[in-house]
Ligand binder design. Sequence first.
Ligand code: ADP
Ligand code: MG
Length: 735
Amino acid sequence: MVSPFRTDTFERLEATLGSVFGSRTAKALSAVGLHTVDDLMHYTPRDYLSGTQRTDLRTLVPDERAAVVAEVASLSSAPFRGDPRRYRLEARLTDGRGFLNLIFFGKKYLVDYWQRQLSMGERGIFVGKIGEFNDQLQMTHPDFVMLDAAGRIVGAADEKRALMAQVVTKSDIIGIYPARATLPTWQIAECVAMGLDMLAGIVDFLPPSLVREEGLVGLWEAFDLVHRPRVPDDVARGLKRLKFDEALGLQLLMAYRRKESSRHRAPVITHRSGGLLDAFDAALPFTLTRGQRAVGDEIAADMSGSVPMARLVQGEVGSGKTVVALRAMLAAVDAGHQAVLLAPTEVLAGQHEGSIRKLLGPLAAAGTLDAPEHATHLVLLTGAVTGAARKQALAAISSGQAGLVVGTHALLSEAVHFSDIGLIVVDEQHRFGVEQRAVLADQGDHRPHQLVLTATPIPRSVAMTVFGDLELSTLSELPQGRAGVQTTAVLTAQHPTWLARVWQRVLEEVQSGRQAFVVCPRVSQTDGGKSAEPVAAAQEVFERLGSHELKGLRLGLLHGRMSGADKESAMAAFAAGQTDVLVTTTVIEVGVDVPNASAMVVLDADRYGVSQLHQLRGRIGRGSFPGICLFVSGVDPRTPAAQRLQQVAQTNDGFAVAELDLEQRREGDVLGAEQAGGRSTLRLLRVLDDADLIGRARDVAAALSTTALESLDPGLQDMVKAAQLNADAAWMERD
Ligand code: ADP
Ligand code: MG
């Protein structure tokens, strides 16, 4: 195969591990996700142990990793919590100055084995993370070897012996790699050392001037510092360089993508005086917020150019994104083009169509693209639209009679032919892959303008990393007259009686003419198999509430397993105020708009992610009545899960929630398929912590990309290529 790379450096880095090590080693390495030399170089130790800093037990601090040499003072084992299948072994260590407890859990034979090991020598070396329990320090399941009276390691495998000997004897800092039973950390260290030897003398792919200006270390040095630091500061210097490379590769890729897309022509859409948009604005029953106007101006400016717009509008749920989008769509129709709105679910598409029709009033009466001044035709197309209605919709779309088209991914099907798309709006973007947008974007000979709406607030650094090819607009204020939402975490483990109070509150809301949502993590109790823990299920909760706690109220049920028509009628009944309480699942997470709904109860709220909870509660408090949201959970109030609920309850700020969310989750998930359309996988970059560095890389990339890609430094070209391959790979792993 011809290498896609231009430089020797990249050829060597991208060489497969199989070509460097034997196939057995390569196979073991591939089990931890390492396929190339470059992967191996980026597999950084998760911890570093310093041999000389053998710890005095009095100086241990929680959360640190430590290597201690100490004597076993006492040993005891017993069944754990009276369960004869699970044993707990406790060893009390002392170094003559302080104490440390070791804890092991396991089947009896394992506990017996550890107990024998621990009593085999005079002292031992114990490596692990320091925890705290009942005000005492402890290590759970440490790595250890025992020493005899002369200080020799007794009864351990050779490799482990070697590593542990290093811990106590060598003065170097030793990297501890995320390992597997089949691939211990010392074996990884060995491979890395060989890799480093092999790469000795590689030419840095960054221009020396850039390395100097950014205060970076050289490439090989960076690898060396990260894997074999001499002093603790080395690691940070090495990491900075590797992270910068990663950020720059991504930013260059996006900069050139932006450049590429700006080469395409989009229809020029300028304001048409006396057109649909003007008529719409004149009839609008409210005044636009300042933010809606400002973002509207940005969009209008984008669309008046022949470069395709690629803009992301983020705004809290209820900030009025739909109106902003609709105004842009009307401008497109005014200019003689079709405008398409893509929604992630049928329910949502139906809602959009309904609310757009309502907002448009007589403007949505049938009209033609040739004479759009008076009205345009609005068409809904989802999988649920079938038969004659579908035929009609398809005809209106292809003839251009329909100026406004709302639908789900059903619009992406090959049977759908558009007459002339000028604008594509994608609502709740994280449900759609970028490639799906591309399907529509590539229809016809020009490229339509694109507007993406998201209610998930995205910190700037994430936006730059993940949505680097989109411009960003933010709707930060809510329309006037929104009463907001008061959230409380109801922890029933702490206050069992509060659950009754929850239903009482729902009753009160309904009695004062409002409506409520009850959200359950599951559709039916029989889901998730027999062994699954009991979790609130919509069907059962619906029945239970109807016959007990909320007896006498009009209850509705809505979940994803109902047919499209049933969903629609359940939603319609609730929207029309014919049901008081809607028992549902996260089907209602996005976009549902019932201003009279003022209360929401989320059952087993700990089952949801932070962002999801925030999205959910955005469904209430949309009218002029203050919303009340109750996160009900049975988790222990001291657990992180409970604290998380409290934190979300305490803030209404979507950005604060987004940051919380990022802290809780692995970045890979943040950038994973769900949120980002599987755009990229990050290796060492951490979008929050490394925001400054990402910003810096973005600036550097912007400056570099004024040069044509083909004329860029070969090393930099290879960086872009590698970032591209990495993004493509992440793509393909998605399904
Ligand atoms: P989002 O899509 O951002 O969640 P929507 O566009 O659905 O928000 O708007 C939520 C509700 O607020 C809708 O009923 C909409 O008609 C209304 N709305 C939008 N803009 C304003 C405004 N400027 N003033 C008052 N109400 C508004
Ligand atoms: Mg919306």
